[in-house]
Write a protein of this length. Structure first.
Length: 294
C-alpha cells in the first residue's frame, strides 16, 4: 500500500479513536452526574425520613409522658389563680380529685412552709385561698391524707412576674422649658390588677446602671380622669441647673396593696448646650416591687 495512503488511514483511525474516547468520556461524565444527583436525592430523602421519624418519636414520647403523668396524678382538673392582697399575694386553687372519701383531708402548701387546709365542695372540688408573702416564684403542692396514708403532688410553679399593667405616656405642652403635665393610659385588659394610686417620679440617671432608678428628684401624684386615663401635674418642678438627662419613672399601688413600679423609665428629657431639651415619649410596664428590689 502506498505509504501516504497508509498514513492517512492511520491518522483517520487515531482520530476516530479520540472521538470514541471523547464520547465515552462524556457519557461516563453524564452517568457520574446522574449517579451523584440520585445519591444526593437519596441523602435528602433519608434526612427527611430521619427528621420525620425523630419528630414522630418525640411526639409519641410526649404523649406517653403526658398520659403517664395524667394517670399518676391525684387530680383530673387543676386550676390556679394568683392575685394581690394586703400588699402580698394570694393563691387560689380549685382541684378535682380522682378520689376523695369522707374523713380524707387535703392541704395546700408552698415550699416556704405556708399552708392552708382545702375545703371539699358539693360539686366535687377541693378549693382554698392561701395568702402568701411577696416573692417572684411560688411552688405549690397538695397533700391528701387518707387514714395513715399520705399522697403528695406538686402543682405548676407560678411566677408573680405575670402580675403587671401595661401603659403609655406623653408629656406637654411643648412650648415650656420643662414639661408641666404627663398623661398616662393603662391597659389592664389582661391583668387582674387594678390601681388605687399612681405617681410620676422624676429621677436622675443611675450612676452605674441606666436600667435602675437613679436619685429621686421629685414625685407627683397622678389623678384619674373621667375617661379612665391618669394625669400628673409636673409644673412645680423647675429643674434649675439640671444638665443631665431626667428620667420619668412610674410608680403606684394596686387595690390589693401591691407596690408597683415601671420596669424601665417611661420617658426622658435630654438637655442640650443651649438649654433646650427634647422629649422621649414611651410605654411602660408596672410590675411588683419585690423585697430584693427595694
Amino acid at each position: 500500500m502506498d505509504p501516504k495512503k497508509r498514513y492517512r488511514l492511520s491518522a483517520l483511525g487515531v482520530g476516530i479513536g479520540f472521538l470514541a474516547l471523547g464520547w465515552m468520556n462524556l457519557s461516563l461524565h453524564s452517568e457520574v452526574e446522574n449517579l451523584s444527583r440520585r445519591v444526593s436525592d437519596y441523602q435528602e430523602n433519608v434526612t427527611h425520613w430521619n427528621q420525620e421519624f425523630s419528630r414522630s418519636l418525640s411526639n409519641q414520647e410526649t404523649t406517653i409522658r403526658d398520659a403517664l403523668a395524667s394517670e399518676a396524678s391525684l387530680f383530673t382538673g387543676v386550676e390556679t389563680v394568683l392575685d394581690d392582697q394586703d400588699g402580698g399575694l394570694v393563691l387560689t386553687v380549685s382541684l378535682i380529685p380522682k378520689e376523695f372519701s369522707p374523713g380524707d383531708t387535703a392541704l395546700l402548701a408552698l415550699d416556704t412552709g405556708e399552708s392552708i387546709s382545702l375545703t371539699y365542695q358539693e360539686n366535687g372540688r377541693l378549693t382554698g385561698a392561701l395568702p402568701c408573702s411577696l416573692r417572684r416564684e411560688l411552688k405549690p403542692s397538695v397533700t391528701l391524707l387518707r387514714g395513715e396514708t399520705r399522697y403528695s403532688e406538686a402543682l405548676p410553679t407560678l411566677s408573680s412576674d405575670t402580675l403587671y399593667l401595661s401603659g403609655d405616656c406623653s408629656m406637654g405642652p411643648e412650648d415650656t422649658t420643662l414639661p408641666t403635665r404627663m398623661d398616662l393610659n393603662l391597659y389592664p385588659a389582661d391583668s387582674t390588677l387594678t390601681l388605687s394610686t399612681l405617681e410620676v417620679e422624676v429621677r436622675a440617671v443611675h450612676p452605674t446602671d441606666e436600667t435602675l432608678p437613679g436619685e429621686l428628684l421629685s414625685s407627683f401624684p397622678a389623678s384619674r380622669q373621667s375617661d379612665g386615663s391618669w394625669q400628673a401635674d409636673l409644673s412645680s418642678f423647675s429643674g434649675d441647673g439640671q444638665e443631665e438627662p431626667l428620667l420619668y419613672w412610674i410608680a403606684g399601688r394596686s387595690d390589693g396593696g401591691l407596690e408597683l413600679r415601671s420596669s424601665y423609665s417611661a420617658s426622658e428629657v435630654v438637655f442640650s448646650s443651649d438649654n433646650s431639651f427634647s422629649y422621649a415619649y414611651g410605654s411602660f410596664n408596672l410590675v411588683p416591687v419585690f423585697p430584693e428590689d427595694s
